[in-house]
Design a protein around this ligand. Structure first.
Ligand code: ASP
Length: 501
Protein backbone atom coordinates (compact mmCIF):
# COMPACT_ATOMS: atom_id res chain seq x y z
CA UNK A 1 0.00 0.00 0.00
CA UNK A 2 1.33 3.48 -0.88
CA UNK A 3 2.50 5.63 1.99
CA UNK A 4 -0.06 8.37 1.45
CA UNK A 5 -2.86 5.78 1.43
CA UNK A 6 -1.49 4.38 4.68
CA UNK A 7 -1.42 7.86 6.19
CA UNK A 8 -5.00 8.64 5.17
CA UNK A 9 -6.11 5.29 6.56
CA UNK A 10 -4.23 6.01 9.78
CA UNK A 11 -5.99 9.35 10.02
CA UNK A 12 -9.42 7.77 9.73
CA UNK A 13 -8.59 4.86 12.04
CA UNK A 14 -7.05 7.29 14.54
CA UNK A 15 -10.27 9.31 14.61
CA UNK A 16 -12.35 6.16 15.13
CA UNK A 17 -9.98 4.83 17.82
CA UNK A 18 -9.97 8.19 19.56
CA UNK A 19 -13.74 8.36 19.63
CA UNK A 20 -14.03 4.81 20.97
CA UNK A 21 -11.44 5.41 23.69
CA UNK A 22 -12.48 8.98 24.31
CA UNK A 23 -11.90 10.66 27.60
CA UNK A 24 -15.05 10.27 29.66
CA UNK A 25 -16.39 13.75 30.31
CA UNK A 26 -18.24 12.64 33.39
CA UNK A 27 -15.19 11.20 35.09
CA UNK A 28 -12.48 12.98 37.05
CA UNK A 29 -9.43 11.76 38.83
CA UNK A 30 -8.60 13.39 42.14
CA UNK A 31 -5.16 12.82 43.61
CA UNK A 32 -4.67 13.57 47.29
CA UNK A 33 -1.56 13.08 49.37
CA UNK A 34 -2.89 9.68 50.43
CA UNK A 35 -5.05 8.33 47.62
CA UNK A 36 -6.10 8.50 44.01
CA UNK A 37 -9.85 8.67 43.64
CA UNK A 38 -11.91 8.47 40.47
CA UNK A 39 -15.34 10.04 40.56
CA UNK A 40 -17.93 9.28 37.92
CA UNK A 41 -21.41 10.63 37.24
CA UNK A 42 -21.50 13.02 40.15
CA UNK A 43 -24.38 15.36 40.76
CA UNK A 44 -22.46 18.15 42.36
CA UNK A 45 -18.85 18.99 43.18
CA UNK A 46 -18.20 21.66 45.82
CA UNK A 47 -14.95 23.34 46.75
CA UNK A 48 -14.95 24.03 50.49
CA UNK A 49 -12.68 26.20 52.55
CA UNK A 50 -13.04 26.86 56.26
CA UNK A 51 -16.42 25.09 56.21
CA UNK A 52 -17.91 27.35 53.59
CA UNK A 53 -18.51 26.51 49.95
CA UNK A 54 -16.39 28.73 47.71
CA UNK A 55 -17.56 27.27 44.42
CA UNK A 56 -20.00 24.63 43.22
CA UNK A 57 -20.25 22.75 39.89
CA UNK A 58 -22.84 20.45 38.36
CA UNK A 59 -22.44 17.08 36.65
CA UNK A 60 -21.52 18.53 33.25
CA UNK A 61 -18.66 20.67 34.45
CA UNK A 62 -15.63 18.39 34.24
CA UNK A 63 -13.48 21.01 32.50
CA UNK A 64 -14.59 23.82 34.79
CA UNK A 65 -13.76 21.71 37.87
CA UNK A 66 -10.26 20.90 36.57
CA UNK A 67 -9.61 24.49 35.58
CA UNK A 68 -10.93 25.89 38.86
CA UNK A 69 -8.64 23.59 40.83
CA UNK A 70 -5.61 24.57 38.75
CA UNK A 71 -6.53 28.23 39.25
CA UNK A 72 -6.54 27.74 43.04
CA UNK A 73 -3.31 25.75 42.81
CA UNK A 74 -1.59 28.49 40.77
CA UNK A 75 -2.72 31.07 43.32
CA UNK A 76 -1.35 28.75 46.04
CA UNK A 77 -4.78 28.61 47.66
CA UNK A 78 -5.18 24.87 48.05
CA UNK A 79 -4.08 24.45 51.61
CA UNK A 80 -7.06 23.60 53.78
CA UNK A 81 -9.17 22.97 50.69
CA UNK A 82 -11.77 20.19 50.66
CA UNK A 83 -13.58 18.81 47.66
CA UNK A 84 -17.03 17.37 48.29
CA UNK A 85 -18.63 15.15 45.69
CA UNK A 86 -22.32 14.36 45.88
CA UNK A 87 -23.72 11.45 43.87
CA UNK A 88 -27.31 10.98 42.58
CA UNK A 89 -28.08 8.43 45.34
CA UNK A 90 -27.20 11.02 47.95
CA UNK A 91 -23.81 9.45 48.78
CA UNK A 92 -21.01 11.88 49.51
CA UNK A 93 -17.26 11.72 49.26
CA UNK A 94 -15.09 14.36 50.86
CA UNK A 95 -11.44 14.65 49.88
CA UNK A 96 -8.86 16.83 51.56
CA UNK A 97 -5.18 17.55 50.82
CA UNK A 98 -5.90 17.38 47.11
CA UNK A 99 -2.83 17.85 44.89
CA UNK A 100 -4.24 17.26 41.42
CA UNK A 101 -7.57 17.10 39.60
CA UNK A 102 -7.48 15.75 36.05
CA UNK A 103 -9.32 13.85 33.36
CA UNK A 104 -8.90 10.09 33.34
CA UNK A 105 -6.46 9.15 30.57
CA UNK A 106 -7.42 6.41 28.12
CA UNK A 107 -5.23 4.25 25.86
CA UNK A 108 -5.74 6.80 23.07
CA UNK A 109 -3.86 9.38 25.12
CA UNK A 110 -1.24 6.96 26.37
CA UNK A 111 -0.08 6.24 22.80
CA UNK A 112 0.55 9.90 22.01
CA UNK A 113 4.33 9.82 22.72
CA UNK A 114 4.78 8.05 19.35
CA UNK A 115 3.26 11.07 17.64
CA UNK A 116 5.32 13.45 19.76
CA UNK A 117 8.46 11.61 18.69
CA UNK A 118 7.54 12.08 15.04
CA UNK A 119 6.99 15.82 15.53
CA UNK A 120 10.31 16.10 17.33
CA UNK A 121 12.17 14.26 14.58
CA UNK A 122 10.72 16.50 11.86
CA UNK A 123 11.38 19.64 13.89
CA UNK A 124 14.95 18.43 14.51
CA UNK A 125 15.52 18.12 10.77
CA UNK A 126 13.89 21.44 9.80
CA UNK A 127 16.61 23.88 10.91
CA UNK A 128 19.71 22.10 9.50
CA UNK A 129 17.75 21.35 6.34
CA UNK A 130 16.81 24.98 5.77
CA UNK A 131 20.28 26.25 6.63
CA UNK A 132 22.16 23.76 4.50
CA UNK A 133 19.95 23.74 1.44
CA UNK A 134 19.57 27.50 1.40
CA UNK A 135 23.32 28.13 1.65
CA UNK A 136 23.85 25.67 -1.20
CA UNK A 137 20.84 27.05 -3.11
CA UNK A 138 21.80 30.72 -2.73
CA UNK A 139 25.34 29.99 -3.86
CA UNK A 140 23.95 28.80 -7.17
CA UNK A 141 21.86 31.92 -7.80
CA UNK A 142 23.61 34.03 -10.38
CA UNK A 143 23.52 37.43 -8.67
CA UNK A 144 21.90 39.62 -6.06
CA UNK A 145 19.37 40.96 -8.57
CA UNK A 146 18.17 37.45 -9.23
CA UNK A 147 17.64 36.79 -5.53
CA UNK A 148 15.82 40.12 -5.12
CA UNK A 149 13.56 39.22 -8.05
CA UNK A 150 12.60 35.85 -6.58
CA UNK A 151 12.17 37.46 -3.14
CA UNK A 152 9.94 40.19 -4.56
CA UNK A 153 7.73 37.74 -6.41
CA UNK A 154 7.43 35.49 -3.37
CA UNK A 155 6.48 38.28 -0.99
CA UNK A 156 4.00 39.81 -3.46
CA UNK A 157 2.38 36.42 -3.93
CA UNK A 158 2.18 35.80 -0.19
CA UNK A 159 0.66 39.24 0.45
CA UNK A 160 -1.95 38.71 -2.25
CA UNK A 161 -3.03 35.26 -1.02
CA UNK A 162 -3.29 36.55 2.56
CA UNK A 163 -5.55 39.47 1.60
CA UNK A 164 -7.81 37.20 -0.45
CA UNK A 165 -7.91 34.68 2.42
CA UNK A 166 -8.94 37.30 4.97
CA UNK A 167 -11.57 38.66 2.60
CA UNK A 168 -13.03 35.16 2.22
CA UNK A 169 -13.12 34.88 6.02
CA UNK A 170 -14.87 38.23 6.42
CA UNK A 171 -17.45 37.43 3.75
CA UNK A 172 -18.26 34.09 5.43
CA UNK A 173 -18.54 35.72 8.87
CA UNK A 174 -20.75 38.53 7.52
CA UNK A 175 -23.11 36.17 5.74
CA UNK A 176 -23.37 33.47 8.42
CA UNK A 177 -23.06 35.79 11.45
CA UNK A 178 -22.14 32.92 13.80
CA UNK A 179 -21.85 35.18 16.86
CA UNK A 180 -25.44 36.39 16.64
CA UNK A 181 -26.76 32.93 17.45
CA UNK A 182 -24.84 32.31 20.64
CA UNK A 183 -27.19 32.02 23.64
CA UNK A 184 -26.28 34.28 26.57
CA UNK A 185 -25.99 31.27 28.86
CA UNK A 186 -23.35 29.58 26.63
CA UNK A 187 -21.42 32.82 26.43
CA UNK A 188 -21.32 33.06 30.23
CA UNK A 189 -20.27 29.47 30.63
CA UNK A 190 -17.46 29.69 28.07
CA UNK A 191 -16.14 32.93 29.50
CA UNK A 192 -16.09 31.41 32.98
CA UNK A 193 -14.48 28.11 31.98
CA UNK A 194 -11.71 29.55 29.83
CA UNK A 195 -11.16 32.85 31.60
CA UNK A 196 -7.84 31.71 33.09
CA UNK A 197 -6.47 30.32 29.82
CA UNK A 198 -7.44 33.52 28.06
CA UNK A 199 -5.79 35.66 30.71
CA UNK A 200 -2.51 33.75 30.49
CA UNK A 201 -2.47 34.41 26.74
CA UNK A 202 -3.35 38.09 27.17
CA UNK A 203 -0.57 38.39 29.75
CA UNK A 204 1.97 37.48 27.07
CA UNK A 205 1.38 40.99 25.83
CA UNK A 206 1.99 40.35 22.15
CA UNK A 207 2.40 43.22 19.75
CA UNK A 208 3.41 43.62 16.15
CA UNK A 209 5.62 46.44 14.96
CA UNK A 210 6.57 46.36 11.30
CA UNK A 211 9.85 48.24 11.73
CA UNK A 212 10.96 46.00 14.61
CA UNK A 213 9.90 42.98 12.61
CA UNK A 214 12.06 44.00 9.65
CA UNK A 215 15.04 44.96 11.79
CA UNK A 216 14.75 41.60 13.57
CA UNK A 217 15.26 39.68 10.36
CA UNK A 218 18.97 40.34 10.76
CA UNK A 219 20.27 38.12 13.54
CA UNK A 220 22.74 39.51 16.02
CA UNK A 221 23.98 35.99 16.53
CA UNK A 222 23.21 33.44 13.79
CA UNK A 223 23.91 30.56 16.16
CA UNK A 224 21.25 31.85 18.52
CA UNK A 225 18.83 32.06 15.57
CA UNK A 226 19.69 28.46 14.71
CA UNK A 227 19.30 27.26 18.28
CA UNK A 228 15.95 29.02 18.59
CA UNK A 229 14.75 27.88 15.16
CA UNK A 230 14.06 31.44 13.99
CA UNK A 231 13.52 30.73 10.30
CA UNK A 232 13.54 34.31 9.06
CA UNK A 233 16.90 35.01 10.65
CA UNK A 234 18.25 31.68 9.43
CA UNK A 235 17.04 32.48 5.90
CA UNK A 236 18.78 35.84 6.00
CA UNK A 237 22.05 34.41 7.29
CA UNK A 238 21.99 31.47 4.86
CA UNK A 239 21.34 33.69 1.83
CA UNK A 240 24.17 36.05 2.75
CA UNK A 241 26.54 33.15 3.37
CA UNK A 242 25.54 31.45 0.11
CA UNK A 243 25.98 34.64 -1.94
CA UNK A 244 29.43 35.38 -0.60
CA UNK A 245 30.56 31.79 -0.88
CA UNK A 246 29.65 31.90 -4.56
CA UNK A 247 31.54 35.15 -5.04
CA UNK A 248 34.75 33.72 -3.64
CA UNK A 249 35.09 31.28 -6.52
CA UNK A 250 37.90 29.45 -4.74
CA UNK A 251 38.44 25.77 -4.17
CA UNK A 252 37.92 26.27 -0.42
CA UNK A 253 34.56 27.97 -0.96
CA UNK A 254 33.52 25.11 -3.18
CA UNK A 255 34.36 22.66 -0.40
CA UNK A 256 32.06 24.60 1.95
CA UNK A 257 29.25 24.69 -0.62
CA UNK A 258 29.67 20.95 -1.22
CA UNK A 259 29.58 20.40 2.53
CA UNK A 260 26.23 22.16 2.87
CA UNK A 261 24.86 20.44 -0.19
CA UNK A 262 25.84 17.10 1.34
CA UNK A 263 24.29 18.05 4.67
CA UNK A 264 21.06 19.14 2.97
CA UNK A 265 20.88 15.87 1.04
CA UNK A 266 21.41 13.87 4.23
CA UNK A 267 18.57 15.78 5.91
CA UNK A 268 16.24 15.08 2.99
CA UNK A 269 17.09 11.40 3.17
CA UNK A 270 16.37 11.52 6.88
CA UNK A 271 12.92 13.04 6.24
CA UNK A 272 12.12 10.25 3.83
CA UNK A 273 13.09 7.64 6.39
CA UNK A 274 11.24 9.41 9.21
CA UNK A 275 8.13 9.28 7.04
CA UNK A 276 8.14 5.50 7.56
CA UNK A 277 6.62 6.09 10.97
CA UNK A 278 4.18 8.73 9.70
CA UNK A 279 1.15 6.39 9.58
CA UNK A 280 1.67 5.31 13.23
CA UNK A 281 2.38 8.85 14.34
CA UNK A 282 -0.63 10.29 12.54
CA UNK A 283 -2.79 7.56 14.06
CA UNK A 284 -1.69 8.34 17.61
CA UNK A 285 -1.84 12.11 17.20
CA UNK A 286 -5.35 12.07 15.77
CA UNK A 287 -6.53 9.47 18.27
CA UNK A 288 -5.24 11.54 21.20
CA UNK A 289 -6.81 14.76 19.91
CA UNK A 290 -10.18 13.17 19.20
CA UNK A 291 -10.12 11.36 22.55
CA UNK A 292 -9.38 14.49 24.51
CA UNK A 293 -11.50 16.89 22.55
CA UNK A 294 -14.74 17.65 24.29
CA UNK A 295 -17.39 17.23 21.63
CA UNK A 296 -19.93 19.08 23.73
CA UNK A 297 -17.91 22.25 23.26
CA UNK A 298 -17.91 21.64 19.53
CA UNK A 299 -21.70 21.65 19.67
CA UNK A 300 -21.70 24.94 21.56
CA UNK A 301 -19.41 26.50 18.98
CA UNK A 302 -20.68 24.58 15.98
CA UNK A 303 -21.71 27.52 13.82
CA UNK A 304 -18.44 29.36 14.48
CA UNK A 305 -16.36 26.25 13.75
CA UNK A 306 -18.30 25.57 10.57
CA UNK A 307 -17.80 29.17 9.42
CA UNK A 308 -14.02 28.85 9.86
CA UNK A 309 -13.98 25.44 8.14
CA UNK A 310 -16.13 26.71 5.26
CA UNK A 311 -13.75 29.64 4.75
CA UNK A 312 -10.70 27.34 4.85
CA UNK A 313 -12.36 25.00 2.34
CA UNK A 314 -13.06 27.85 -0.08
CA UNK A 315 -9.49 29.06 0.38
CA UNK A 316 -7.98 25.66 -0.32
CA UNK A 317 -10.24 24.36 -3.03
CA UNK A 318 -11.29 27.55 -4.81
CA UNK A 319 -8.66 30.25 -4.29
CA UNK A 320 -5.60 28.03 -4.63
CA UNK A 321 -6.71 26.13 -7.75
CA UNK A 322 -7.71 29.46 -9.32
CA UNK A 323 -4.28 30.96 -8.59
CA UNK A 324 -2.55 27.84 -9.86
CA UNK A 325 -4.51 28.12 -13.11
CA UNK A 326 -3.92 31.86 -13.47
CA UNK A 327 -0.18 31.80 -12.80
CA UNK A 328 0.94 28.39 -14.06
CA UNK A 329 0.09 25.57 -16.40
CA UNK A 330 0.47 23.01 -13.64
CA UNK A 331 -2.50 20.60 -13.52
CA UNK A 332 -4.63 21.23 -10.43
CA UNK A 333 -5.43 17.59 -9.66
CA UNK A 334 -1.78 16.59 -9.97
CA UNK A 335 -0.83 19.41 -7.61
CA UNK A 336 -3.28 18.30 -4.93
CA UNK A 337 -2.29 14.65 -5.34
CA UNK A 338 1.31 15.53 -4.51
CA UNK A 339 0.15 17.37 -1.40
CA UNK A 340 -1.48 14.39 0.32
CA UNK A 341 1.41 13.66 2.68
CA UNK A 342 1.94 17.35 3.36
CA UNK A 343 -1.73 17.77 4.24
CA UNK A 344 -1.78 14.74 6.54
CA UNK A 345 1.36 15.83 8.40
CA UNK A 346 0.16 19.42 8.73
CA UNK A 347 -3.27 18.34 9.94
CA UNK A 348 -2.01 15.88 12.52
CA UNK A 349 0.89 17.98 13.86
CA UNK A 350 -0.75 21.45 13.59
CA UNK A 351 2.71 22.78 12.86
CA UNK A 352 3.96 24.32 9.63
CA UNK A 353 7.50 24.13 11.01
CA UNK A 354 7.32 20.38 11.60
CA UNK A 355 5.79 19.93 8.13
CA UNK A 356 8.47 22.00 6.40
CA UNK A 357 10.94 19.15 5.74
CA UNK A 358 8.17 17.10 4.13
CA UNK A 359 6.96 20.06 2.05
CA UNK A 360 10.51 20.72 0.86
CA UNK A 361 11.05 17.13 -0.18
CA UNK A 362 7.71 16.95 -2.01
CA UNK A 363 8.19 20.32 -3.74
CA UNK A 364 11.57 19.34 -5.12
CA UNK A 365 10.85 15.74 -6.04
CA UNK A 366 7.14 15.72 -6.93
CA UNK A 367 6.47 19.22 -8.16
CA UNK A 368 9.83 19.71 -9.85
CA UNK A 369 10.72 22.96 -8.07
CA UNK A 370 14.50 23.55 -8.12
CA UNK A 371 16.25 23.49 -4.76
CA UNK A 372 17.43 27.09 -5.02
CA UNK A 373 13.77 28.24 -5.18
CA UNK A 374 12.23 25.75 -2.74
CA UNK A 375 14.91 26.33 -0.12
CA UNK A 376 14.11 30.04 -0.16
CA UNK A 377 10.35 30.21 -0.77
CA UNK A 378 9.38 27.47 1.72
CA UNK A 379 11.13 28.58 4.93
CA UNK A 380 10.04 32.13 4.21
CA UNK A 381 6.47 30.97 3.64
CA UNK A 382 6.51 28.80 6.75
CA UNK A 383 7.12 31.86 8.87
CA UNK A 384 5.32 34.68 7.12
CA UNK A 385 2.69 33.09 4.93
CA UNK A 386 -0.22 31.80 6.96
CA UNK A 387 -3.37 32.21 4.96
CA UNK A 388 -5.33 29.72 7.03
CA UNK A 389 -4.35 31.47 10.24
CA UNK A 390 -5.17 34.90 8.80
CA UNK A 391 -8.61 33.74 7.65
CA UNK A 392 -9.24 32.14 11.03
CA UNK A 393 -8.24 35.34 12.83
CA UNK A 394 -10.65 37.36 10.71
CA UNK A 395 -13.58 35.02 11.40
CA UNK A 396 -12.69 34.75 15.09
CA UNK A 397 -12.52 38.54 15.48
CA UNK A 398 -15.89 38.95 13.78
CA UNK A 399 -17.40 36.15 15.87
CA UNK A 400 -16.22 37.61 19.17
CA UNK A 401 -17.40 41.06 18.11
CA UNK A 402 -20.84 39.66 17.21
CA UNK A 403 -21.15 37.82 20.54
CA UNK A 404 -20.34 41.02 22.41
CA UNK A 405 -22.88 42.89 20.29
CA UNK A 406 -20.41 45.07 18.36
CA UNK A 407 -21.35 45.86 14.77
CA UNK A 408 -18.08 46.29 12.94
CA UNK A 409 -18.35 48.80 10.10
CA UNK A 410 -16.47 48.68 6.81
CA UNK A 411 -13.49 50.68 8.08
CA UNK A 412 -13.16 48.37 11.07
CA UNK A 413 -13.35 45.35 8.81
CA UNK A 414 -10.61 46.83 6.61
CA UNK A 415 -8.57 47.25 9.77
CA UNK A 416 -9.09 43.54 10.37
CA UNK A 417 -7.73 42.81 6.87
CA UNK A 418 -4.58 44.72 7.64
CA UNK A 419 -4.00 43.55 11.20
CA UNK A 420 -4.89 39.92 10.50
CA UNK A 421 -2.38 39.94 7.63
CA UNK A 422 0.28 41.28 9.97
CA UNK A 423 -0.71 39.06 12.88
CA UNK A 424 -0.43 36.01 10.65
CA UNK A 425 3.04 37.12 9.56
CA UNK A 426 4.01 37.36 13.22
CA UNK A 427 2.51 33.97 14.08
CA UNK A 428 5.14 31.34 14.84
CA UNK A 429 4.65 28.17 12.80
CA UNK A 430 3.82 26.01 15.80
CA UNK A 431 0.51 24.91 17.35
CA UNK A 432 -1.76 27.47 18.94
CA UNK A 433 0.11 30.70 18.26
CA UNK A 434 -2.55 31.97 15.84
CA UNK A 435 -4.90 32.33 18.80
CA UNK A 436 -2.41 34.44 20.76
CA UNK A 437 -1.79 36.73 17.79
CA UNK A 438 -5.54 37.15 17.41
CA UNK A 439 -5.33 39.46 20.43
CA UNK A 440 -3.63 42.04 18.18
CA UNK A 441 -6.55 41.92 15.75
CA UNK A 442 -9.08 42.29 18.57
CA UNK A 443 -7.22 45.23 20.05
CA UNK A 444 -7.12 47.00 16.69
CA UNK A 445 -10.91 47.13 16.45
CA UNK A 446 -11.63 47.61 20.14
CA UNK A 447 -13.20 44.21 20.77
CA UNK A 448 -12.54 42.88 24.33
CA UNK A 449 -9.45 40.65 24.35
CA UNK A 450 -11.00 38.45 27.04
CA UNK A 451 -13.28 37.32 24.22
CA UNK A 452 -10.68 34.73 23.18
CA UNK A 453 -12.03 32.69 26.11
CA UNK A 454 -15.09 32.08 23.93
CA UNK A 455 -13.15 30.20 21.28
CA UNK A 456 -10.24 28.55 23.13
CA UNK A 457 -12.21 25.33 23.53
CA UNK A 458 -12.22 24.56 19.80
CA UNK A 459 -8.86 26.07 18.99
CA UNK A 460 -7.01 22.77 18.75
CA UNK A 461 -9.39 21.43 16.11
CA UNK A 462 -9.36 24.63 14.10
CA UNK A 463 -5.58 24.83 14.41
CA UNK A 464 -5.32 21.47 12.65
CA UNK A 465 -7.58 22.73 9.88
CA UNK A 466 -5.90 26.11 9.40
CA UNK A 467 -2.39 24.63 9.28
CA UNK A 468 -3.35 22.74 6.10
CA UNK A 469 -3.82 25.82 3.85
CA UNK A 470 -0.85 27.41 5.62
CA UNK A 471 1.43 24.76 4.14
CA UNK A 472 -0.36 24.21 0.82
CA UNK A 473 0.05 27.91 0.06
CA UNK A 474 3.81 27.52 0.46
CA UNK A 475 3.94 24.69 -2.08
CA UNK A 476 1.72 26.73 -4.37
CA UNK A 477 4.03 29.74 -4.12
CA UNK A 478 6.97 27.46 -5.00
CA UNK A 479 5.26 26.30 -8.17
CA UNK A 480 4.16 29.83 -9.10
CA UNK A 481 7.61 31.36 -8.58
CA UNK A 482 9.43 28.48 -10.26
CA UNK A 483 7.14 28.53 -13.26
CA UNK A 484 7.46 32.31 -13.60
CA UNK A 485 11.22 31.74 -13.67
CA UNK A 486 10.65 29.00 -16.26
CA UNK A 487 12.56 26.59 -14.07
CA UNK A 488 9.88 24.08 -13.16
CA UNK A 489 11.16 20.60 -13.99
CA UNK A 490 8.58 18.36 -15.57
CA UNK A 491 7.69 15.35 -13.45
CA UNK A 492 5.94 12.37 -15.00
CA UNK A 493 2.60 11.37 -13.47
CA UNK A 494 3.89 7.97 -12.27
CA UNK A 495 6.89 9.59 -10.66
CA UNK A 496 4.65 12.12 -8.92
CA UNK A 497 2.51 9.28 -7.61
CA UNK A 498 5.30 7.11 -6.29
CA UNK A 499 6.40 7.11 -2.70
CA UNK A 500 9.63 8.89 -1.98
CA UNK A 501 10.81 6.32 0.52
N1 ASP B 1 -0.45 26.04 13.84
C1 ASP B 1 -0.29 27.04 12.83
C2 ASP B 1 0.89 26.68 11.95
O1 ASP B 1 1.83 26.09 12.41
C3 ASP B 1 -0.12 28.40 13.42
C4 ASP B 1 -1.41 28.85 14.09
O2 ASP B 1 -2.31 29.28 13.38
O3 ASP B 1 -1.52 28.75 15.31
O4 ASP B 1 0.86 26.99 10.78
Amino acid sequence: MKLHTQIVLALILGAVFGSIFHVNQRKIQIKTILEEYTAENWNEVSFIKKDSVINKFDGNSQLSIIKYFSLLKNKKEISGLKIEIIFPDGNKKILSDVVEVSKVKTIALLLKPIGDLFIKLLTMIAVPLVLASLIAGASSLSDLKHIAKIGGKTIAFYAMTAVIAITIGLICANIIQPGKFMPEENKKRLLETFQEDAQSKIDQNVSMNIVDFLVNIVPRNPFKAISEGDFLQIVFFAIMTGIFLSQLKTEKAKVVIDFFEGLGNAMILMVEKVMYIAPYAVFTLIAATVAEFGFSILQTLLLYSLTVILGLTILTFVEYPALLKIFTKFPVVKFFKTQRQVIAVAFSTSSSAATLPVTMDICEKKLGVPNRIASFVLPLGTTVNMDGTALYQAVAAMFIAQVYGFDLNLTQQLTIVLTAALAAVGTAPVPGVGLIMLIIVLKSVGVPEEGIALIIGVDRLLDMCRTVPNVIADSLACVVVASSEKSLREIKDEEANNDLI
